[in-house]
Ligand binder design. Structure first.
Ligand SMILES: Nc1ncnc2c1ncn2[C@@H]1O[C@H](COP(=O)(O)OP(=O)(O)OP(=O)(O)O)[C@@H](O)[C@H]1O
Ligand SMILES: [Mg+2]
Length: 314
């Protein structure tokens, strides 16, 4: 029996330049690329997907951008009008970047099927960017077409080697967002700023072999990620995608200056005049905490520390 041996020739010698050591896709020729980017709003996840799409689409891929926020048409041209148009465009391959507007799982499903059909039929490299992946691949909820969308995305993830279908998907958090199979099979991971220490337990195993700690993730600024690839763990500052460069202002990296040790805290406190500390009455604290989105626990801890400081001063 004749075996169909698929070689991803387009991957040989193809680089991805994400701001760190260039990633050579040779290492993904046997598996395909399954990239996952995790980070809060405004962290630069969309930019990461666009940057990769731009780089791959000049190296033989057709990139499909699934856009739930209608923000990409203005950058890459009109979205395809319907799933048939996507099917035709993917078969013809005369346009390197295609935008699909899909605001929810139900809208995504017919487009997802079109992509699978074409990948099965032609086996030419396609790179799918699924922005806000939690909309289409929730870990639990299976209603509103999300189960079917999630199944399609899982099929994308399985088609890397044999069907030349590569995938990039973003999510706001590491747990409770995407289907487990995606996390289990990913082979390129971008982890952006993390503010919640309780998220660390889920993330820690990936950083086992490195010296990276929660504080390192907490100190990341927009555009910065820890990149976990076959090369290991590397902190990167992602370049801006060409199309975004022209419209988006580059976020200025603001160094986080929160004190870290007890001595630093103590010195920082000492520098604040007593009148200013005394002015932090309950209403002011409530307002500031709401603005900073502090948890009730953080507010209580802060109020206790404030109380202590004021007592030692009088
Ligand atoms: N690599 C980068 N370097 C500098 N600034 C960046 C970088 N990436 C993103 N930014 C800035 O952050 C803003 C948000 O980026 P982006 O839209 O990619 O984030 P996001 O994580 O997709 O956010 P959202 O959840 O709101 O969609 C950009 O408009 C840009 O100003
Ligand atoms: Mg985005």
């Amino acid at each position: 029996m004749k075996r169909n041996v698929i070689r991803r020739d387009e991957m040989l010698g193809a680089p991805l330049e994400l701001g760190g050591t260039p990633i050579t896709l040779d290492e993904y020729a046997t598996t395909g690329l399954l990239a996952v980017a995790i980070g809060p709003r405004g962290n630069g996840k969309t930019n990461a997907g666009l940057l990769m799409a731009e780089q791959l689409s000049v190296q033989g891929w057709v990139s499909v951008l699934i856009d739930p926020e209608a923000e990409l048409e203005s950058l890459y041209g009109d979205a395809v009008a319907d799933p048939d148009m996507l099917r035709n465009a993917l078969a013809k391959r005369d346009q390197a970047i295609l935008v699909v507007n899909a605001t929810d799982a139900g809208e995504f499903v017919p487009y997802g099927r079109a992509i699978l059909d074409v990948a099965d039929q032609y086996r030419k490299p396609i790179f799918v960017v699924i922005d806000e992946g939690q909309l289409f691949s929730a870990s639990r909820k299976r209603s509103n077409g999300i189960g079917e969308a999630a199944d399609i995305i899982n099929e994308f993830a399985e088609r890397g080697r044999k069907r030349a279908l590569d995938l990039f998907i973003t999510a706001l958090r590491y747990t409770g967002t995407l289907q487990r199979t995606l996390f289990a099979n990913k082979n390129l991971t971008l982890i952006g700023w993390q503010e919640d220490p309780t998220a660390w337990s889920a993330l820690a195993p990936q950083f086992k072999a490195s010296k990276v700690e929660f504080a390192d993730l907490n100190a990341l600024t927009p555009g910065q990620f820890f990149c976990l690839s076959r090369h290991g763990v590397e902190k990167i500052r992602m370049p801006m995608a060409e199309a975004l460069k022209t419209v988006a202002p580059k976020a200025k990296p603001v160094a986080k200056t929160l004190p870290a040790t007890f001595n630093e805290w103590s010195r920082a406190m000492e520098r604040i005049p007593t009148e200013r500390l005394a002015a932090l009455n309950e209403d002011v604290v409530k307002l500031l905490s709401a603005v900073a989105e502090l948890s009730a626990q953080q507010v209580l801890a802060g109020q206790a520390a404030l109380q202590d400081e004021l007592e030692t001063r009088t």
